[in-house]
Design a protein around this ligand. Structure first.
Ligand code: G6P
Length: 590
């Protein structure tokens, strides 16, 4: 979703802003813009464009290098995709310029209460911030105007602010949406995502909620919302460079799928040598129930994790869709332990659950790929997925890393060395299968000729089918439903007609015969069925057959061909695989 970059340094504003915005492209966006200091005129100039950063680059090629500037990629929420609605936004009198990530929930009230008679230029909820600053700064210092404005804003924001009357100052503020301040060689860089920082960054500070800063002639002063100065703690930066590069691969998604066996092996090696925090293990054992909260692919990983954790801890494990949990919290047991699962650690739907969790005074574990993220900082315990940056919007390696992490935690709790070895066996089967991934292409060509498709399975296979269906619809735009095979005759069979594509997953011995019956039932009605199975449950006509693995871990392997099916379906349709339409990598608004 939206991204922010800022620069205050020697003379690299234009270069860094454009590079930083390019590094933020993976998050998903529809328009982009920058404001940069024109040293001759001693004023900021802004350029905005709909579409890619590449276009912005061309449209800013005439601009000279500068010491100060800020940039933004916008993913439309309030107001359509247009140049006018793209950031930066100006105050009514042109004095303050703002880029903003997040949503100001009370912007209509603020307009009515404080900006009567002022013409609104665009449909966003950001313009009001710039205009409030201008209105208040008529009567007070800019610092006081910022304090007053921040006091009034309800909702989420990461903000950068420029002042045409003082073009040697940059302000930033943060609540709920991430903002990071970093330094390198005496230059300042600001970004909403660690991945947007330059590779030579030396130190960085992840801003806390209700804090803001002023950079004046490169000197930093940092504040709490109400104005008291505070010190920001900076930590050393580790460059994520090559991991965030596509290398020789055609797409990030392909690269990330291919990385999966290595990630599984790394996680096994790490936890074999480092174990897990025993305080976390005790908290898991003492809890009366575990409440997993997640969204999208991470929710699917949570559904699989529930099976592993329930068998290990012999207690109820409930899995909640974050956006549902936040506003309809269900009844939870007396001493729950909450678990956030989130690749990015920034998903707004999960952040919105935190106030309720706090009221329960219960321990919180976050399983994430970004240990510096907002959801990590809210937690008592953090498990780092160590999967490296995931750039493709469609999550693949984070899903298998999340399940592996939960499996390793279970193995640790029960001292089950065999389970760790089973993960290593799966990693080698994955590697072998992925080596020849092109073999999926003809299967896809033959099967996915329609605008709709189905995945079916039972038990863990059903859960894998849910993730498989999400992947296929996300990037190929084929309408896909994953359903519990036992439900076929309770509805979905009505949709089966000549050539309907159905992919059946068979990894569970106790139900494989029943799912086979379902395959016969759909074939009898003309459907084209493709079966993915394990050797001991296979039939000669199955399209993909894996060697048997520990059935509790079967989703780790079964999901891999389904990821490739989605990939090749999108490839054959000539679609933008890494940046599917309308989707965002990190969903930072509810
Ligand atoms: C978005 C992404 C998905 C991801 C989901 C949850 O929808 O496109 O790939 O699964 O958010 O994100 P999280 O970062 O919390 O795992």
């Amino acid at each position: 979703m939206c991204g922010i970059v800022g620069y205050f340094g020697s003379d690299k504003a234009r270069q860094y802003l454009l590079e930083g915005l390019e590094r933020l492209e993976y998050r998903g966006y529809d328009s982009a813009g920058i404001s940069i200091l024109d040293h001759e005129k001693n004023r900021f100039v802004s350029v905005k464009t709909v579409g890619r950063v590449e276009t912005l680059k061309k449209r800013t090629s005439h601009l000279k290098e500068a010491m100060l500037g800020m940039g933004h990629t916008r993913w439309a929420t309030h107001g359509g995709v247009s140049e006018t609605n793209a950031h930066p936004h100006y105050a009514y009198n042109g004095r303050f310029i703002v880029v903003h990530n997040g949503v100001i929930d009370n912007y209509k009230t603020l307009k009515a209460d404080h900006l009567k008679g002022i013409d609104v230029v665009n449909d966003t909820n950001t313009e009001v911030i710039a205009s409030l600053l201008a209105r208040f700064a008529e009567k007070m210092t800019v610092e006081d105007a910022i304090k007053q404005t921040l006091d009034l804003l309800e909702g989420s924001f990461a903000l950068l602010i420029l002042d045409q009357d003082h073009p040697s100052v940059l302000y930033g503020a943060k609540n709920k949406s991430p903002l990071i301040l970093a330094t390198s060689n005496g230059d300042w860089y600001i970004a909403s995502d660690l991945l947007a920082l330059p590779s030579n960054t030396e130190r960085f500070h992840v801003m806390s909620d209700h804090t803001w800063f002023k950079l004046e002639n490169k000197t930093l002063t940092s504040y709490q919302a109400h104005g008291a100065t505070i010190d920001f703690d900076f930590e050393a930066f580790k460059d994520l460079g090559p991991l965030a590069e596509r290398g020789e691969h055609a797409h990030f998604m392909l690269k990330e799928m291919l990385e999966q066996p290595q990630i599984l092996e790394t996680l096994v090696a790490h936890h074999q040598s480092h174990g897990f925090d025993e305080a976390l293990v005790t908290a898991l054992k003492e809890a009366s129930s575990l409440e997993i909260i997640a969204a999208g692919t991470s929710w699917h990983a949570g559904l699989v994790g529930k099976h592993l954790l329930e068998k290990t801890l012999m207690k109820p494990v409930n899995v909640h869709i974050a956006s549902e949990f936040a506003y309809h919290p269900p009844f939870v047991s007396e001493h729950p332990l909450f678990i956030f699962i989130s690749q990015s650690g920034e998903t707004a739907d999960l952040i919105a659950c935190h106030p309720y969790i706090k009221t329960k005074e219960a321990p919180l574990l976050t399983i994430t790929n970004v240990p510096t993220s907002s959801l990590s900082r809210m937690a008592d315990y953090v498990l780092d997925l160590k999967a490296g940056p995931e750039i493709a919007v469609a999550s693949t390696k984070a899903y298998t890393a999340q399940i592996t992490m939960i499996a390793l935690l279970c193995a640790h709790i029960t001292h089950d060395q065999a389970l760790s070895n089973d993960i290593l066996t799966i990693a080698s089967s994955m590697r072998e299968f992925l080596q020849d991934h092109i073999k999926i292409q003809p299967l896809v060509k033959e099967l996915l000729t329609n605008h709709h498709a189905f995945y079916m399975g039972r038990g863990l296979d059903y859960l894998t089918g849910l993730e498989a269906a999400l992947k296929l619809k996300e990037i190929s735009y084929i309408q896909t439903e994953g359903f519990a095979a036992g439900e076929l005759k309770h509805g979905t069979i009505a949709l089966i007609e000549e050539d309907t594509p159905i992919i059946a997953l068979i990894g569970e011995a106790s139900t494989s015969a029943l799912t086979r019956n379902n395959i016969h039932e759909v074939e009898a009605r003309g459907a084209k069925a493709l079966v993915i199975s394990f050797k001991s449950l296979s039939e000669p006509t199955d399209a993909i057959i894996f060697e048997d693995v520990n059935p509790m871990l079967s989703p780790l392997l079964l999901v891999v061909p389904t990821q490739l099916i989605a990939y090749y379906a999108a490839l054959m349709r000539g679609l933008d695989i890494d940046k599917p339409r309308n989707l965002a990598k990190s969903v930072t608004v509810e």
